[in-house]
Design a protein around this ligand. Sequence first.
Ligand SMILES: NC(=O)c1ccc[n+]([C@@H]2O[C@H](COP(=O)([O-])OP(=O)(O)OC[C@H]3O[C@@H](n4cnc5c(N)ncnc54)[C@H](O)[C@@H]3O)[C@@H](O)[C@H]2O)c1
Length: 326
Amino acid sequence: MAKYLVTGGAGFIGSHVCDALVSRGDSVVVLDNLSTGISHNLDQLVGNPSFDFISGSILDENLVGSLVASVDHVLHFAAAVGVFTIVDKPLESLTTNLRGTENILEAAAKHGKPVLIASSSEIYGTAGSDGKPLNEESNRVLGSPLKSRWSYSEAKAIDESMGMFYHLEKGLPVRLVRFFNTVGPRQVGHYGMVVPRFVDAALHGTPLAVYGTGNQSRCFCHVYDAVAAVLSLIDSDVAIGQVFNVGNDVEITIADLAKKVISSLGSSSSIEMISYEDAYPNNGVGFEDMQRRIPDISKIKSVIGWEPKLGLDAIIKDIAASIGHN
Ligand SMILES: NC(=O)c1ccc[n+]([C@@H]2O[C@H](COP(=O)([O-])OP(=O)(O)OC[C@H]3O[C@@H](n4cnc5c(N)ncnc54)[C@H](O)[C@@H]3O)[C@@H](O)[C@H]2O)c1
């Protein structure tokens, strides 16, 4: 049994990781400032002697230092995420995503604690729009650094570099995980995530708004699969000093996704086509404008034997059930 610090543990992916760790017998301390996370996501763990919640920020160096010193492993999920957060508060978001990660790495190096850092497929920018699967070595294609929409991509990429250099120069055991679109229960639709938005509309019988032509496609990974990948990676010594894509490589167009959600849930909703200009009045800030982005997951398959097991039917069913329960 080990003790884990999970930053961002009140968030979507982090809270599922906490559930999985506690249920396998480990103990967990969450550090979260509840900026996008929800304390309700951890209700099931409250009162469990293997669980503790600390309300605070990864920008608080002293707090981070004392928490890192008190655990065996650090899982760093805290980040400023979501189109609206990044565009509305660009400086605060960049600071959280850069300085916050640096604080975690610095404390981990000082106390000699292994770290897993959550990165993102956003680091690729618009690379992969041609439908060629993106592997861990693929090049990135980004716009101007003065456009706030790229700052999340840039910060996550620097986080990866920082993590790798802490490993190479200071011998810190660092694992890097590049999550592609991850979906499932507890994910909130108001950050522009298309699946919970569609499921919510279908359950309420309101139109499913498809932006643009609907021909843009996405690959969706169930959060339970992503959590299984995280657990396998933290248990694996060969994962140290490496980056892994974690995602599902089955592709679907957004128009087909809307039809699938409606038919799976037996909904009476219609589909409404909305132009990008109307969907994003501030033009150019949307993250939903990539035509395609397919993960190449052959590395994680061959190194630790992980692959996704759950498809869109399970994703839609589980999100619908969780919305129904709220
Ligand atoms: N969900 C996805 O599809 C996806 C894809 C790629 C990468 N990721 C990465 O996975 C991680 C988790 O994302 P998520 O989807 O669960 O988002 P989320 O918003 O649900 O989780 C982020 C958590 O970090 C917390 N947080 C933000 N700033 C903080 C601070 N200064 N101090 C402490 N806590 C802070 C938030 O309150 C929240 O609980 C993030 O690092 C994100 O970049 C997610």
